[in-house]
Design a protein around this ligand. Structure first.
Ligand SMILES: Cc1cc2nc3c(=O)[nH]c(=O)nc-3n(C[C@H](O)[C@H](O)[C@H](O)COP(=O)(O)OP(=O)(O)OC[C@H]3O[C@@H](n4cnc5c(N)ncnc54)[C@H](O)[C@@H]3O)c2cc1C
Length: 381
């Protein structure tokens, strides 16, 4: 295969943007194609927990002034998950693996990752299909346009159009869980929750039905407190959250609060304090672990290949780790230190090994804590 002259990235999520930054830093020609018409067309969630995978990726791919901005807008938490009783008192604090944990605002992180990429980002470009030959890859978009490159990367999320062609045998399945996310202003949450909820990575309580309430803070270290917030998530088996599609924020907040109506100590009232405009539902799917066939000039990263339920808070971390790893691999090819085939083969072997390991772990913990559907038996090996 030729050296990576031009790399086409499909999708401008956290993985695609991290890869674009890495390639740009390495002087590799890159173009990013995103189906949304702008970076802010769709709400994409609030708080993100980042661990060493994402933090190291940021430090590796971004120029120093953007790394400094990232550090200044990240809240480095205590390395614990707080387990709460249903009355919202602290039952215990579980030490988290790794020693770097940051809670960040997703929109702020995306804004940082988008910086300096204006000339390579193309919005309103939904990939419909691609054709790959030994001479390169042609991408075909919904608006009738095409793009040609030497390598194409599917960073297009859980319903990846790239995966559907590159690895049609890899599937996703319903995890059985619905969750409703919303935001509480910090000054509303602070008097109602133990201090650990604000200091730790995340706090979670669950009942005998495995219906859960999760709380995670986003505190901007160098900004005024009015920007700070606590994200709340109420979830469990679909049957406890019927008919969430198309409901207003007000309705979703009430549905979430009612699911906690029997809890002592004000959990339902806490949820009712959330800003109604911020509530949205998520039906959780998970990838089914498998293998990738021999590498071609088309590869995958992030949720496009190993999407997982958010029990471990690791999906974005892995997408960014993949991007840094793939960026490094393509840079060795550009430098003439490696053949493209060899570099992609190594990348895909490593990425699927750690990615699918975490998918299995997230499913195992998800089953214990929130009654997630088990993965098909064949995927557990
Ligand atoms: C509510 C919620 C909370 C979460 N919290 C955490 C957390 O705390 N920590 C953590 O690590 N992970 C978390 N995750 C998981 C994390 O958000 C994902 O794993 C991560 O965003 C995956 O990044 P990605 O770049 O692979 O895909 P995505 O972020 O899904 O980006 C894919 C992009 O591709 C675009 N696209 C899709 N199809 C096409 C197409 N055909 N053509 C062109 N563009 C296309 C999409 O519009 C999108 O912009 C959470 C997820 C959710 C839903």
């Amino acid at each position: 295969m030729p050296a990576p002259g031009t790399v086409l990235i499909i999708g401008s999520g956290l993985g695609g943007l991290t890869l674009a930054q890495s390639l740009r830093a390495g002087g590799i020609d890159v173009a990013v194609f995103e189906r949304d018409r702008s970076p802010w067309e769709r709400p994409q969630g609030y708080r993100l927990h980042l661990d060493a995978d994402a933090v190291n990726a940021v430090r590796e791919v971004l120029p120093p002034h953007l790394v400094a901005l990232f550090e200044a807008t990240s809240y480095f938490t205590e390395p614990f998950t707080t387990i709460l009783d249903t009355d919202l008192t602290v039952a215990r604090r579980l030490p988290a693996a790794g020693d770097v944990h940051a809670n960040v605002d997703r929109a702020t992180l995306r804004r940082i990752l988008l910086t300096g990429l204006d000339d390579v980002l193309h919005f309103g470009k939904r990939l419909e299909r691609y054709e790959s030959t030994s001479a390169g890859v042609t991408a075909y978009f919904g608006d009738g346009s095409t793009a040609h490159g030497d390598v194409l990367v599917g960073a297009d999320g859980i319903r990846s159009a790239v995966r559907a062609r590159r690895a049609p045998h890899l599937s996703t399945v319903d995890a059985g869980i619905t969750a409703i996310y919303g935001r509480l202003p910090l000054d509303v949450a602070r008097p109602r929750v133990p201090a650990e909820v604000l200091d730790d990575i995340f706090a979670i309580a669950s009942d005998h039905r495995k219906v859960f309430l999760g709380l995670g803070s986003v505190l901007f270290p160098s900004r005024h407190e009015q920007d700070d917030y606590v994200v709340c998530v109420v979830g469990g088996r679909h049957e406890f959250f019927p008919g969430t599609a198309g409901r207003s924020g007000n309705d979703l907040r009430e549905l979430a609060a009612r699911a906690l109506a029997d809890w002592p100590g004000g959990a339902a009232d806490l949820v009712r304090q959330g800003d109604p405009g911020t509530f949205f539902p998520v039906r959780m799917d998970t990838s089914v672990p498998g293998t990738l066939d021999a590498p071609t000039n088309v590869t995958l990263l992030g949720d496009a290949v190993h999407a997982m339920t958010p029990t471990l808070g690791r999906g974005a971390n892995l997408a960014m780790r993949d991007a840094a790893l793939l960026g490094r691999a393509l840079r060795t090819v550009a430098a003439g230190d490696s053949d493209l085939d060899e570099a992609l083969s190594r990348y895909e072997r490593d990425m699927t090994a750690y990615g699918f390991r975490v998918v299995r772990e997230a499913a195992r913990i998800g089953e214990q804590r929130m009654a997630q559907n088990p993965l098909p038996a064949a995927a557990l090996q």
